[in-house]
Design a protein around this ligand. Structure first.
Ligand SMILES: Cc1cc2nc3c(=O)[nH]c(=O)nc-3n(C[C@H](O)[C@H](O)[C@H](O)COP(=O)(O)O)c2cc1C
Length: 195
């Protein structure tokens, strides 16, 4: 079935609003799957910080494991599961770095301690003990004092530009409803899948 007027973003918006109203915590939490150049996958949770019809944005340390995988292979997938709603959304496509000014604006909106934490954490690399993290936090807190805290050069965001978005809704007796949207140029096709 094809219908150029159908947008998965309208449906995403409806479901996301429901999740924000009903989930007990972190309705923006989503699993992010990345893979190495030779296709070895890894997955972890991140928070959705912005979305619109350009894509879905999260922020992270660019030198982390995921950051390194993204640098060698830009293809990624996201998965939301809102347990209380019995709904799942899967999104796939390439990741594009968010423009520096957009990352700067988001970084500036974060709590001061979170901004210091971004400087202090060498995310995904071995750490001798919690004292090391505390020492790094103290170091950067002293360095920046009461002044501006710039965005670290190793910290930014990615926008997943969707090529496929699948909506899954629980139905009785495992006869779940699955709607797959696939991008074709500027429009989307929608296909129903067997559960
Ligand atoms: C609910 C939740 C939200 C998280 N949000 C983020 C996030 O937005 N960005 C991030 O870098 N890590 C986030 N984390 C931590 C990641 O899951 C992960 O531990 C970290 O990014 C290192 O992953 P990596 O070693 O694969 O790079 C979150 C963890 C949880 C449980």
């Amino acid at each position: 079935m094809t219908d150029g007027s159908l947008s998965p973003f309208d449906l995403f918006g409806d479901w996301f609003a429901e999740a924000e109203a009903s989930e007990p915590n972190e309705p923006t939490a989503m699993a992010l799957a990345t893979a190495t150049a030779d296709g070895r996958p890894s997955v972890r949770m991140v928070l959705l910080k912005k979305w619109d019809d350009r894509g879905f944005v999260f922020y992270t340390n660019l030198e982390s494991r995921k950051g390194q995988e993204i640098a060698e292979n830009p293809h990624a997938a996201l998965c939301f599961h809102w347990k209380s709603l019995r709904k799942q959304i899967r999104i796939e496509g390439p990741l594009r770095p968010v423009p520096p000014e957009e990352a700067d604006a988001y970084f500036a909106s974060r709590a001061r301690d979170s901004r210091i934490g971004a400087w202090a954490s060498q995310q995904s690399r071995p750490m001798e003990g919690m004292f090391r993290l505390e020492r790094e936090v103290a170091k950067y807190a002293a360095k920046f004092g009461l002044g501006e805290i710039p965005r670290p050069p190793f910290w930014s965001g990615f926008r997943l530009v969707p090529e496929r978005i699948e909506f899954w809704h629980d139905r009785q007796f495992r006869l779940h409803d699955r709607q797959l949207f696939e991008r074709e140029g500027d429009s989307w096709t929608v296909t129903q899948l067997f559960p």
